[in-house]
Design a protein around this ligand. Sequence first.
Ligand code: G4P
Length: 192
Amino acid sequence: MKELQEKILKEGTALNETVLKVDGFLNHQVDPLLMQKIGEEFANYFEDRGITKVFTIESSGIAPAVMAAIKLDVPMVILKKQQSKILNGEVYQTKVTSFTKGTSYELTLSKKYIDKDDKILLIDDFLANGEAAQGGIRLIEEAGATVSGIGIVIEKSFQPGRKKLDDRGFDVYSLARISRLDKGVIEFVEEA
Ligand code: G4P
């Protein structure tokens, strides 16, 4: 998505070889008009999949996910990050470990908000190692529902997440694919 690439080049900051700061429009302050366009791009790409719900992982996935859900006219569900296990049988939970942040959490979904017939579009802001996305997939599959697509705002293609999802046959649509980062350097994958 050209407009997103331009925004990343203009307002993003590569801190080092692995971290891209985009606090000005995605992770802290949010650019609502850009989020609306991002949501529409996801909705258009996945429109013929019979999506019944958009899922995201708190917190920075919420803005693009809600915009996609408006366009697809379906509910949006936030997968919550809990500190510890909830042992009441009313939720699905799975442990996710973040390599970037060096922390773990229990990704949590109430059984009330998923049904085995659901076709889910899973949206997240970053795809790095793929741990959060794979946690979301585990919850959806545990409920017997289907992951019908994965929408990523910024993919760091040089990290292993994208390949892990491709290898499992998921349809991943990333709006900006970064091939290389370095202090002050941001390069994108050349799309054919
Ligand atoms: P993974 O899910 O793909 O395995 O990624 P990883 O654990 O490495 O990343 C964990 C958190 O770090 C996620 O945010 C992810 O969005 C964020 N992240 C990863 N790489 C970058 C990066 O280059 N730049 C920025 N700005 N964030 C990055 P989170 O903990 O889920 O928090 P939130 O922002 O969604 O609240």
